[in-house]
Design a protein around this ligand. Sequence first.
Ligand SMILES: *Cc1c(COP(=O)(O)O)cnc(C)c1O
Length: 383
Amino acid sequence: MIPYGKQSISEEDIAAVVQALRSDYLTQGSRIDAFEAALCRYTGARYCVVVSNGTAALHLAMAALQLEPGSEGITSPITFAATANAMHYCGIAPVFADIDTLTGNLCPTATEQKISEHTRLLVPVHFAGQAADMTRFHTLAQQHNLTIIEDAAHAIGSCYTDGSQVGNCRYSKATIFSFHPVKTITTAEGGAIMTNDPDYYARLRLLRSHGITKDEAALHQHPGPWYHEMQALGWNYRLTDLQAALGLSQLQRLDEFKARRQYLVERYNDALAHLPWLATPVELAPGSSCFHLYVARFKFTQLGKTRADVMQTLQRQGIGSQVHYIPVYHHPWYQAQRPYEPCQEAEHFYQECLSLPLYPTLTDEQQDMVIAAVRALDCGGNA
Ligand SMILES: *Cc1c(COP(=O)(O)O)cnc(C)c1O
């Protein structure tokens, strides 16, 4: 079976975890600091807080902003539910603005139209690895006094149009990553928040571990060595040293993963671009995207098959595919919150998108099988 996405674990990755397992600290040891420092070096951000998963990263990044209840946050409907769910955790109402039809990313013009007197937060998602238009979001944020948190769960290893690394936070308050196995590098479960703001960083660290501090400089009193204070209502969102060991090892392989993903995408594009009923994904600046997903756009009507037919035909040949994404406001829980006006481009995108297998260990031969199966979709009758 060829899945749509999959991790790559090397013998070095395994050895790194085993070594951590034999050390004194299974959690909150030196590997946490080392992984955070390595993520700062890679992205160019000043500070990093690693956490238990990407959703926890979104939650902490938003909670640390301490926005007043009733605030609104604007995000893309073409994302994983966690992006908007994190707003709900913080009493922020998500507002969905439409996407740019070419990239599937949140559209700055549509975003501007959704800004109200309650808007405090913008959360662009770097969909499939392609960086969103951060220069325009940055300008919007300055004009309307909004905070930006980038959901870069798909985009570690990607670059902005200025060529700098996603995660450097030059356009935002914070950027979050996910290290779930299907994402570009993995710690099994895991996530990170990058920022350049020292006070915000201190708040994130406090909230990651119950809001408790032992830092003498931050304590209200210091009666003895046992003493610590809970200064805010936080969570246990810590990552373990086993996971940090895996993350450190995986991060060393990120450039190799990116090169392989770029190579596979080019091969798909060359083989599929001529099909009249399929559009290949767009990369705005060549070499910029770390391509978490290969999202093809199918004109299913022109092909004469439904998406369910296509997925089943591929499945019978051992090929997995997936839809990224169902617009978040379609989900029953969102429908039950309040009526959402559909975003037209997002609806259109949802009708056409289908992600084909893309991961570093996908072999050329396996990819040729996928290509042949996709090309053959317009032969013969219905599935
Ligand atoms: C995967 C993902 C998340 C959540 O990350 P987890 O580590 O699975 O909690 C958030 N946003 C987007 C866009 C994602 O793809």
